[in-house]
Design a protein around this ligand. Structure first.
Ligand code: TXA
Ligand code: MG
Length: 339
């Protein structure tokens, strides 16, 4: 009897320590289970075409609070709300002709638009951190869309990393950062785009990009037929509260514009490394040996995490062309290189 009791309490201790996050293959039934977790106020990590998100029912204040706690995210940094269609978005925000043009051209897809909240918007106050505007996005990943349909509620979801760290592009990244914070991780491999969505503010007179992504300023300008500004990333008062922080950062210092290597540096390469003085000990991760910018974007966060996990002291990054999605890659590297 005594022995049985001892085993039981030891087992219980083990169970308390063991992570309860479950990495699950998406299926009709697991997506239904995930939707139930969300509608009961729990957290689910799920894949999108950009990065993995940490989702909660956007209408449930306590559930949204637990996102901020799990990430260690400052409460002044508002969240993006994911919906399954533009029609659902129209119930949450004050729609506009420009929003309609963007949604028709780019949704479902990697662009988030910011608009004034609708009257009687059901989204909980803490999602918008007290702002009168709301960020909305229709993701294109089939698992995200199925989850949205099954949960039948808007899902607030930041990237599923600890606040300030590199965004997660695989289920393992999510589990490493968030341990057991999500009740379930719907796992669908690596994210196709690998960079967070473009954030476009349509709440003021002129459209303004607050965060660059795979959909570029020129894509948006072509769609709207007007010039589109990119909010100055060096501004002391960024319009996107999240951009106040050092962001997307590996744990090790990152040096940009590397044309050679110092002792103890790991290399984040792009294209040919022929003229870099690479020793056999150097840890090298090449974003794209062929110089393909989409491939580089998809590899960026995984490669930064991989170099972080080596014994290199610092990371040196080669130049990335400022063309197309290269703008967004440069933006993330610049942020990652800041203290
Ligand atoms: O690709 C993505 O956008 C991913 C996936 C999961 O959808 N989500 C994501 O969320 O990157 P998060 O929370 O990591 O980044 C959202 C950014 C933050 O910089 C936040 O400050 C900004 O959007 N944001 C959200 N609502 C805003 C608002 N009302 N006004 C200005 N900026 C806002
Ligand atoms: Mg994030």
């Amino acid at each position: 009897m005594g022995r049985a009791l001892a085993i039981t309490s030891k087992t219980k201790r083990f169970m308390r320590r063991a992570p309860v996050s479950k990495i699950i293959i998406p299926s009709d039934s697991s997506i239904k289970d995930a939707a139930k977790i969300l509608t009961n106020g729990g957290l689910v990590a799920f894949p999108t075409e950009t990065v993995y998100g940490l989702g909660a029912d956007a209408t449930n204040e306590a559930a949204v609070d637990s996102i901020f706690k799990a990430k260690g995210r400052p409460s002044f940094n508002p969240l993006i709300v994911h919906v399954e269609s533009a029609d659902k978005a129209k119930t949450l925000v004050k729609w506009s002709a420009q929003a309609d043009a963007i949604a028709k051209k780019f949704w479902a897809g990697a662009i988030t638009i910011i608009l004034p909240k609708s009257d009687n918007c059901p989204v909980s106050e803490n999602v918008t951190a007290g702002l009168s505007t709301l960020a909305v996005r229709v993701p294109s990943h089939p698992v995200a869309l199925e989850l949205l349909k099954a949960a039948n509620t808007p899902i607030a979801a930041p990237s599923a990393n600890t606040s300030g760290h590199v965004s997660p592009t695989t289920p393992a990244h999510v589990a490493n950062d968030l341990k057991d914070a999500a009740e379930m991780i719907l796992a669908a491999g690596a994210c196709k785009i690998g960079l967070e969505s473009t954030v476009l503010d349509l709440s003021a007179k002129a459209p303004c990009i607050l965060r660059e992504g795979s959909i570029t300023a020129s894509d948006i300008a072509d769609c709207l037929g007007v010039e589109v500004a990119c909010h100055n990333k060096n501004s002391a008062q960024p319009k996107s509260p999240g951009l106040l922080l050092s962001h997307y950062a590996p744990k090790k210092p990152l040096r940009l514009r590397a044309v050679d290597l110092s002792d103890g540096e790991g290399l984040l390469a792009f294209g040919s490394t022929k003229f870099m003085n690479i020793s056999p000990q150097t840890h090298v991760k090449n974003l794209s040996e062929d110089g393909d910018l989409s491939e580089a974007a998809a590899n960026l966060f995984a490669h930064l995490r991989a170099l972080d996990a080596t014994d290199c002291k610092t990371i040196a990054a080669m130049d990335i062309p400022k063309i197309g999605i290269g703008h967004a890659i440069n933006d993330r590297l610049l942020r990652a290189s800041r203290d």
